[in-house]
Design a protein around this ligand. Structure first.
Ligand SMILES: Nc1ncnc2c1ncn2[C@@H]1O[C@H](COP(=O)(O)OP(=O)(O)OP(=O)(O)O)[C@@H](O)[C@H]1O
Ligand SMILES: [Mg+2]
Length: 631
């Protein structure tokens, strides 16, 4: 019932958007809304811009892409700034074919699909409205009706530059149907739709070696030749090729570089003059974005072929590398799982993160700087604070390689391994260890992995595994503390009171008896030793903390245990060290006694309530951490 109502609503909305009038009416309309006469490239650029742009550290992030594509901000910024923006300004790049080049499953098709779906929606908005000569199979721009000799005047009056000639079909229709009266020609609003083949097309060569150009540019309609008497009568021609249909919008050219070069030559005039040849007609102007995609190997062999030189210079190549940020990679997996049929399986915390670490490590190149290893680089790339490094180190690292992210493990592989883990394990819950194991097994079956690469990847799996061990231990230890945050705060306050007394050479008051006591040297040292502060260095460390406190206080800020990375680490380690034995004994007890059992249940409950586990994954985690601590 509800859905039927919605369908009806949609229909009436579509009805409201409809517009039809004469060319004279249309001229009135563009006086009011000149943007409806913009070129396809300009419309695409505005669509991207209208969705919102966020600026951060001199970089632009386009929201149009950001809800589906993660970690590609820099590549997308380049794509918009170096292609769409100048193309919208009618610079020559718009005639070039846009070629997205990147590794498999790196998001190229997703970009194209987003542009297509985006245009369909945008053409239904006021800002994205498009109008065309009614009844034209190519949805030709009505302004083409204005004869060449009047265009300069038109531009002066309307401020709109007209490009392109009236197509042979509409030239004929103008005479036959409208008796040459331009002002009477009917114009309608069109709504881009891939399904209806309006302004959005996909060309996929059936046989790259013997492809018929008719699929792109249309063909003679033999059934009507008799009626019109001649092959060169445009009415005897079907303008239903993909280039025709995609006019005013975009055409995706799949497997372009696999096509025979002779076939691609047909594209030369399109990429040079913005028009193409169909049948025995004068050139047909095209106003559309042509976008293709390829991988690096295919692209290299394409440009290595001398015969392709002419076309090569008419292609704009935009790299679409893999994402290199662990946290963004996690989001990619979350999205892909959400869209899959395993969406209801419980995935234990950290599982996707650990898989993402492995994946990103396979994509990164070894830093040239000696003081940074791959793991640190991975952290810096993800925006983590790494002690001793800052954003200028990050920029330096990024500059070391221009072509990073063009190889490595693709997200689809990881999702396939996760799916196969889920199917095989046959329980509605998987954890990081399951996935790492499955990734490892999968390396044997992966078609494009050499022995050498395999060794390297196995090493990355063990690095990711070590990272997981640390995460797992921390998680369990935190769950053992009744309230981790509170305990950490209490311990730190206690430490700070003592440090203050120590530095001021004063005494503390015992909270119970009220008597004066000396600073607790043993307590302070037990914390400082956790991060390797020596007896000689302790004074400087304590003074530094006091300075930090007063500096923050001057800014009206309060020092808490998170304000100082090293102190925070020390506090955490101290808390965990105190707990270690309890955790160790409790988690690994074969037959836990009553008290241990109570504790285990408490911890499991906390893992479930506060940390996102279910009972299977929480118990698995405890058992695993027990075995780790007993090693
Ligand atoms: N950076 C990313 N952000 C979000 N999703 C991504 C990203 N990279 C890849 N994906 C996801 O991975 C899957 C594969 O991506 P897509 O099909 O767009 O890749 P492709 O580059 O066209 O690959 P191919 O070369 O195999 O055609 C999609 O589900 C896509 O959403
Ligand atoms: Mg693809």
């Amino acid at each position: 019932m509800d859905i039927l109502k919605k369908i009806e609503q949609y229909r009436s909305q579509e009805e409201k958007l409809r517009w039809e009038g004469t060319f004279a009416d249309y001229l009135e309309l563009i006086k009011e809304k000149p943007w409806v006469a913009q070129s396809a490239h300009s419309r695409i650029y505005n669509m991207i811009k209208d969705a919102g742009v966020e600026e951060e550290n001199g970089h632009k992030e386009y929201r149009f892409f950001s809800h589906e594509l993660f970690g590609l901000e820099e590549a997308l910024e380049k794509l918009v700034e170096e292609y769409f923006h100048p193309a919208a300004k009618r610079l020559d790049v718009r005639k070039r074919i846009l070629l997205l080049m990147g590794p498999v499953s790196g998001g190229k098709s997703t970009i194209v699909t987003m542009l297509k779906r985006g245009l369909e929606a945008y053409s239904r908005t006021d800002r994205g409205a498009i109008f065309a000569i009614k009844g034209c199979p190519m949805h030709e721009d009505p302004l083409h009706l204005i004869p060449q000799h009047l265009r300069a005047d038109f531009q002066q009056e309307y401020g709109i530059k007209i490009e392109g000639n009236l197509s042979p079909l509409n030239t004929m229709r103008l005479e036959e149907e409208y008796g040459g009266r331009i002002e009477d020609v009917l114009v309608e609003r069109i709504f881009l739709s891939e399904d209806k083949r309006v302004g959005i097309g996909t060309f996929s060569p059936s046989d790259p070696k013997s492809q018929d150009i008719a699929d792109l540019t249309g063909s003679i309609d033999f059934s009507t030749i008799a009626e019109y008497g001649s092959e060169s009568d445009p009415r005897a021609y079907r303008f239903d090729g993909e280039l025709n249909k995609a006019n005013r919008g975009l055409m995706e050219f799949q497997e372009m570089l696999k096509c025979d070069e002779k076939f691609l030559w047909h594209l030369l005039s399109l990429t040079q003059e913005g028009n193409f040849k169909a049948g025995r007609f004068a050139l047909i102007s095209a106003d559309e974005l042509i976008v293709a995609h390829t991988n690096e190997t295919e692209y290299r062999s394409f440009i290595a072929n001398k015969k392709n030189e002419a076309l090569h210079s008419r292609i704009i190549v935009m790299p679409v590398p893999y994402n290199l940020k662990v946290s963004q990679e996690e989001r990619i997996y979350e999205k892909m799982i959400r869209d899959s049929d395993v969406a209801d399986v419980h995935i234990a915390p950290h599982t996707l993160r650990v898989a993402a670490m492995f994946t990103v490590l396979t994509r990164l190149k070894e830093p040239k700087r000696g003081d940074i290893d791959l793991l640190k680089k991975m952290r810096l790339y993800d925006g983590e604070n790494v002690e001793g490094y800052n954003s200028s180190d990050l920029n330096e690292l990024k500059k070391e390689y221009q072509d990073e992210g063009m190889s490595g493990i693709d997200p689809r592989y990881v999702i396939n391994r996760i799916s196969s883990t889920i199917i095989r394990k046959n329980v509605p819950s998987i954890n990081a260890l399951d996935v790492l194991r499955s990734l490892k097994e999968g390396l044997d079956q992966h078609p494009s992995i050499t022995q050498e690469l395999r060794e390297k990847y196995l090493n990355f799996i063990s690095i990711a595994r070590k990272e997981y061990d640390e995460l797992a231990k921390k998680e369990v230890q935190k769950a053992f503390v009744y309230s981790y945050e509170e305990s950490a705060k209490t311990l730190m306050d206690n430490y700070l009171d003592n440090v203050e007394a120590f530095c001021n050479k004063s005494k503390l008051k015992d909270p119970l008896t009220g008597e004066e006591i000396s600073p607790d040297e043993k307590l302070m040292r037990s914390i400082e030793e956790q991060i390797g502060i020596s007896e000689n260095a302790k004074k400087a460390f304590r003074e530094e903390i006091l300075i930090r406190i007063s500096a923050l206080a001057r800014k009206g800020k309060k020092f808490d245990y998170r304000s100082h990375a090293r102190l925070r680490e020390a506090i955490q380690k101290k808390l965990f060290a105190d707990l270690k034995d309890v955790v160790k004994i409790t988690t690994s007890a074969k037959t836990p006694d009553e008290q241990q059992l109570k504790k285990i249940n408490e911890v499991v409950a906390r893992l479930i309530d506060e940390h996102g586990y279910n009972s299977t994954s929480a118990n698995e985690l405890l058992r695993y951490v027990g075995s780790l601590l007993n090693r």
